[in-house]
Design a protein around this ligand. Structure first.
Ligand code: FES
Length: 162
């Protein structure tokens, strides 16, 4: 099939940005992680087609790229919500009812740990410790820390994040 440029779909703004990143790192050692980080900044996550493009351009097998992406928690293969809810289930928070906070989040936004709402408003993740154990149980929404939570205030609190 013809692959000439005139038949190609016009490139998206994101694809143009990705091309610039790939050009900058072409032939450089250790390029994979910074390229993946930049691609995730551009797209918000790492779509399969983008990983294929990175594989082709950097000449790194796709299997290796998936190995790296799935190893590091910073990389995401699925779209993420505008608001990231992190509920702590570390020891201090667990003892003080972290699981009930987690249940309240699920009830409020209709998703479980690891899921994203269809409208991309929220992503819900549980974490091992948020470093604010004295405020247990703790939840973060984006960069905001909410401590000494009770399940009954979770829904109203999340409603503030559009
Ligand atoms: S255990 Fe929850 S903040 Fe440390």
């Amino acid at each position: 099939m013809c692959q000439c440029a005139s038949d190609a779909e016009p490139k998206t703004k994101e694809a143009v940005e990705l091309d610039k990143v790939l050009a900058k790192y072409a032939g450089k050692k250790g390029a994979l992680i910074p390229v993946l980080q930049a691609a995730q900044d551009i797209y918000g996550y790492l779509p399969a087609e983008v990983l294929k493009e990175i594989s082709a351009q950097l000449k790194i097998p796709l299997s290796k790229i998936y190995g790296v992406v799935t190893f590091y928690a910073q990389f995401h293969l699925n779209p993420r919500g505008r608001n990231i809810i992190r509920v702590c289930l570390g020891t201090a928070c667990h003892v003080r009812g972290g699981a009930k906070i987690s249940e309240a989040v699920t009830k409020a936004v209709g998703i479980k740990d690891g899921e994203t709402t269809e409208d991309l408003r929220y992503t819900f993740e549980s974490v091992a410790c948020l470093g604010a154990c004295g405020l247990a149980p703790v939840m973060m929404v984006n960069d905001d820390t909410h401590g000494r939570l009770t399940p009954d205030i979770v829904a109203d609190l999340l409603e503030r994040y559009k």
